[in-house]
Design a binder for this molecule. Sequence first.
Ligand code: FAD
Ligand code: AMP
Length: 481
Amino acid sequence: MTQEQALDVLVIGAGSGGYIASIRAGQLGLKVACVEANPYADPKGEPRPGGTCLNVGCIPSKALLSSSEEFEKIEKHAAAHGIRVAGATMDVPAMIARKDAIVTKMAQGIEYLFRKNKVAYLKGRANILGRADAGFRVSITRAGSTQEVTARNLVIATGSLPRQLPGIAVDNMDVCDNSGALDWRSVPRRIAIIGAGVIGLELGSVWRRLGSQVTVVEALPQLLPMCDADVGREMLKLLTAQGMDFRFGARVMALERAGDGALKLSYADAGGASQSLACDKLVVAAGRVPTTAGLGLDTVGVRITERGFVDVDEHCRTSVEGVYAIGDVVRGPMLAHKAEDEGVMVMERIAGQAGHVNYDAIPSIIYTSPEIAWVGRTEQALKDAGIEYRAGKFPFTANGRALGNGDTSGFVKVLADKKTDAVLGVHIVSTYASEMIGEATMAIEFRAAAEDIGRISHAHPTLYEAMREASLAAGTGALNL
Ligand code: FAD
Ligand code: AMP
């Protein structure tokens, strides 16, 4: 590409943030290209768009969660509905093939959307070379050949990679990160997972439902400290009852391979005593680190924070004018929709519009069973901030639809400002919490009062009636409790 053909914007990374940003740029009439070096190749060996979320994250994990849930329903819960299914068996390679087909289909969908919105899709590894009059110069290298492009604006959307732990070499065979643990062809007998975060709990749930004995080793003293304390307590009870074994306050020391091929994970327990754990597969889910290495950010002087993230303001502007960064590579929750929202905001600002992300209204979901979903502040955070609030809670044991479905676990908890009644936080544990959190997010975005939700007609019988009841419970009182 010559200087006369300089792009308005080059997006580096075609993950959730980068591909959505590119599509929005195309819609806004910007001359845009998106570059992707994805190591997760498509069946033809080409770098595939979609990033972590599509290739080794949200989508494949949810496909397998769904398959394992269907199996568990048939095996354990069908009888309670009066359905007898004898001898259900599972075909793990077929489950994995189904998951792979979904990923391939969606990746093709992104390439179609790129074409539709006039986004040039460039396959290769991007490296920022410096700045010229026409814009930022970036080399794109693939299989030994290099091309150079110039762009007036850059959007860094390079995402994150699994955190590596010293002494624990991931081979994605027996010792796996998320990509390996989404690709096993049979059900391991014993799985140890390092890290009781979102990824550890979701992957643990998949394989536990298919029959593995899952032990989770966590450095912190409690489960899900980022969640409302009621949620953490309830989930510990439920996951433990499902058979997940938790070792909290554990400091991982070493990994050895025993003579019989099994793995031996050594750790110091909360009291400092040495303990060990035998397993057939180990999953390292100890968090993720932003991808900034080898990108040439220093050539144009983009500032990196102490924790390794690209430093940005609330509009995702870096320390260098014309360079933006979005998604997992910047501060904030590592969530696909947060990356997407930032991508849209940045492109609208480049196009001279007033793009904006409301960071107080980004929902979080953990796809365990039951699911966990929340938006806004926790009770602990409100106390710490000295904000006076009222809490309303409604359990699914009192919800007719939950009873009919045969799963009454969990609750909805609504936190509202004591003076204004504005909804400040909603925390849900329930089978379909992921769907119900939408109403709560809209309430916070539109600054609704708990009373507003209480007065909105909620269809009956539905699980989301619990949202109305919890809102009423924060005010004049629930009707069905
Ligand atoms: P990524 O998706 O990581 O994309 C970055 C892309 O940049 C990659 O494809 C990479 O190859 C490319 N790249 C990097 N460097 C270069 C370079 N120099 N040149 C060219 N290309 C480059 N989030 C949710 O919201 N919901 C979920 O249910 C969920 N489940 C998850 C489950 C798992 C197992 C994991 C691991 C993550 C999950 N996440 C989930 C998190 C979600 O995947 C991330 O937040 C999201 O992918 C971040 O998007 P991104 O665009 O910032 O980065
Ligand atoms: P998340 O950040 O949601 O992906 O969760 C990662 C989890 O891994 C957090 O709960 C961390 O406390 C935990 N963790 C990180 N490092 C270790 C370690 N060395 N041993 C055990 N747990 C860890």
